[in-house]
Write a protein that binds this ligand. Structure first.
Ligand code: DX5
Ligand code: ZN
Length: 219
């Protein structure tokens, strides 16, 4: 089943609970939360207190995408905040196995993300231990950027590897997804789709979600 993971980076933060209730009502699968530290990426977004507050108002699966340098410093906090999926960047650490083990030992799902310039081959050795792999289709840091077409080939290669090796790892794509290019990502083999601005900047967010779901039905 294809899952939708709306990114609240483009949400109205003073009405976050209301916006999350719309997501719940529309039956979305994951809530994508972008955490940025101003070091790993040139932007600062939201952090721990906000995730904690979100956890209090929803039971939806929280798909937290940590764009931070040396994520190993905060894994315990991420676990205690109630994130369901803890997703860190391959490029941000050299402690991959240690982080994966810690997250799994806490019975949380673990994801690893690669930036556009990172080869998919770098993460293949980790896939057997991951619940999710995230291919960035924009340079991480900002919502509303243009989709990078060359991410599609990475998605297909990773999909091939997952299928050939019979792995359970989900394959997520994030950045620049719109109603008119999402099919390309699905065809390439992505099964978790992050959408930020194309949902939250629309007047009718529920309708936008329905439109994505209609497309997903074809796959
Ligand atoms: C960018 C974030 C994305 C972002 C996607 O660094 O990881 O999740 O919110 O936003 P759109 O869908 O607008 O590209
Ligand atoms: Zn993200």
């Amino acid at each position: 089943m294809i899952k939708l993971s709306p990114s609240i980076l483009s949400a109205n933060f003073v009405r976050l609970e209301e916006e999350i209730k719309i997501l719940e009502k529309e039956g979305i699968e994951y809530v994508h939360i972008d955490v940025m530290d101003g070091m790993f990426v040139p932007n600062i977004s939201i952090g721990m207190p906000v995730i904690k507050s979100i956890r209090k108002v929803t039971n939806l699966t929280l798909d937290a995408h940590f764009m931070i340098e040396k994520p190993e410093r905060y894994i315990d906090e991420f676990i205690s905040l109630g994130c369901d999926i803890i997703n860190f960047h391959y490029e941000a650490t050299d402690k991959h196995n240690e982080i994966i083990k810690k997250i799994k030992d806490a019975n949380k799902k673990v994801g690893m993300t690669i930036k556009p310039k990172t080869s998919y081959k770098e993460i293949l050795p980790y896939l057997k231990d991951l619940d999710l792999v995230l291919v960035m289709s924009v340079e991480p840091g900002f919502g509303g950027q243009k989709f990078m077409e060359d991410s599609l080939e990475k998605v297909s290669e990773i999909r091939k590897y997952i299928n050939e090796n019979n792995l359970k790892c989900e394959l997520e794509i994030d950045g620049g997804i719109k109603l008119d290019n999402v099919e390309k990502a699905l065809k390439a083999g992505a099964d978790v789709i992050v959408v930020g601005s194309d949902i939250f900047e629309k007047e009718d967010k529920a309708l936008a979600i329905k439109q994505y779901k209609d497309i997903f039905e074809k796959f």
